[in-house]
Design a binder for this molecule. Structure first.
Ligand code: ZN
Length: 140
């Protein structure tokens, strides 16, 4: 007996797929939560706890910490960028020191340009929530 061959395989599936774009990992435990979740059902994370604590204030704190180049970045979670800024301060510092000797102190001012650059970057860079499982690489 031959049956009518009707293919349903191409029928559109309206079943909603779990989309990673609608999810966010819990900042504390990494458990996937809905993007607008207010709290985690696996641990005691709540959205206000992280947003009020590290939202606006961190930019100012990052700028202040940037008096030591790189510290503001590390504070925001950009550890590699922080160490790069910190490492960059060494040759800049040596150059400024030599320039200061050569120009009778005027070269000291050059270091402020470096500090301003570090502070602006520390201010502009996004907070990076470090989760144990995610490794997106460093953003600059
Ligand atoms: Zn959690």
């Amino acid at each position: 007996m031959i049956e009518m061959s009707v293919e349903y395989t191409d029928a559109p599936t309206t079943r909603p797929e779990p989309d990673a774009a609608d999810k966010m990992p819990c900042p504390y435990c990494g458990h996937l939560l809905p993007k607008d979740a207010q709290s985690c059902d696996r641990c005691d994370w709540t959205r206000p706890a992280t947003e009020t604590a590290e939202g606006k204030a961190s930019d100012a704190v990052a700028v202040i910490l940037s008096v030591i180049p790189g510290l503001g970045h590390i504070y925001k979670g950009h550890r590699l960028a922080g160490f790069l800024w910190m490492a960059g301060a060494v040759p800049v510092g040596i150059f400024v020191f030599l320039a200061a000797i050569a120009s009778a102190g005027f070269g000291i001012g050059l270091f402020f340009f470096y500090l301003i650059a570090v502070m602006l970057h520390a201010y502009a860079v996004d907070d990076r929530v470090v989760t144990p499982k995610e490794d997106e690489g460093e953003e600059y």
